[in-house]
Design a binder for this molecule. Sequence first.
Ligand SMILES: [Zn+2]
Length: 104
Amino acid sequence: MPIYEYEHIEAACSLGPVFEVEQTVREERLRACPACGRPVRKLISRSSFSVPKSNGALKDLGFTKLVKRDNGVYENVTARGTDSRYVHRDRPETLPDLKKTISD
Ligand SMILES: [Zn+2]
């Protein structure tokens, strides 16, 4: 079962400001703390959800991000080395070279 984090909206109780609850995916989110009954809100788990924000961070993680610039034309904002900056849908030679990106 996944573990969800909840935060007390007002004052915390003995569980602390943030506490974890094991719940099934189908279970409804808690609206009140099981210990003190005060209102709580669900947090997006910091451990399982980590979305890199910048193009540089994506690039470091090995992602390729294409941004549509025109009909059939995408800018490769994570271009590496000799990668083409612009990817044209009908020109396969403009696609990033994955063999160079994936070293292991
Ligand atoms: Zn509480």
